[in-house]
Ligand binder design. Structure first.
Ligand code: HEC
Ligand code: HEC
Ligand code: HEC
Length: 132
């Protein structure tokens, strides 16, 4: 006679161990994609800073780009002074995409994850993909 009770307890633990990682990950969003900052332009930077802080950019880059467009196109303003007093040329192509010349690995990757499709690239030139 073997001990049926022990086998059943053993089976329950086994099934639990096997399914735990699956159940544990259910309902969680997919992991945030890794964003590549290894473009030649960014690697040359002394300080790996964006136009504004990373937190600000993450939350507000859409609004900032809107403002940049309005300032450039409506007001002819071509220089942006950031919160630290540094100057940047107001240009999607020549400024943002100069540093982030890996649009696919950076902008697109996050947008795919967030399910947004900015329509900018039907007019603005996307950068030639650059990575080191
Ligand atoms: C001088 C080079 C440079 C320019 C110009 C630049 N970036 Fe960045 N960007 C960076 C670097 C470096 C980081 C990472 C900053 C950090 O880790 O603190 C970054 C971070 C970001 C992030 C946040 C990424 C994250 O991990 O959440 C976004 C979004 C972004 N940039 C968008 C833009 C946009 C839009 C523009 C143009 C308005 C722009 N960047 C212009 C270098 C640049
Ligand atoms: C950390 C993630 C992340 C990165 C990196 C990122 N974006 Fe975004 N972007 C978003 C999210 C999320 C939204 C949608 C925000 C919303 O709808 O409020 C968005 C929206 C936008 C929009 C507005 C689109 C619309 O239809 O409203 C533009 C333009 C844009 N991003 C440009 C860029 C560019 C250019 C880069 C690369 C230089 C970039 N983003 C990098 C997350 C990111
Ligand atoms: C229908 C075509 C079209 C679309 C789509 C478009 N733009 Fe533009 N954009 C222009 C034109 C034309 C200018 C004016 C260029 C100039 O004066 O140098 C401009 C200028 C800008 C400027 C300021 C100057 C520069 O060279 O960057 C920014 C920033 C900008 N657009 C951002 C965006 C963003 C972000 C999107 C997507 C959400 C977008 N645009 C979609 C046509 C377009």
């Amino acid at each position: 006679m073997y001990d049926g009770g022990k086998i059943i307890v053993g089976l329950i633990i086994f099934v639990g161990l096997v399914t735990f990682p699956i159940l544990y990950n259910m309902g969680k969003p997919a992991a945030m994609p890794e964003l590549k900052l290894n473009t030649p332009e960014i690697q040359q930077l002394q300080e790996k800073h964006c136009v504004e802080s990373k937190e600000y950019m993450r939350a507000n880059h859409m609004q900032l780009l809107n403002d940049w467009r309005d300032w450039a196109v409506r007001d002819g303003k071509r220089v942006y002074v950031n919160s630290e007093g540094k100057h940047f040329t107001i240009s999607l192509q020549d400024t943002c995409m100069h540093c982030h010349s890996n649009k696919k690995e950076f902008c697109d990757r996050c947008h795919t994850y967030a399910n947004v499709k900015p329509y900018c690239w039907s007019c603005h030139l996307a950068p030639k993909e650059k990575e080191t």
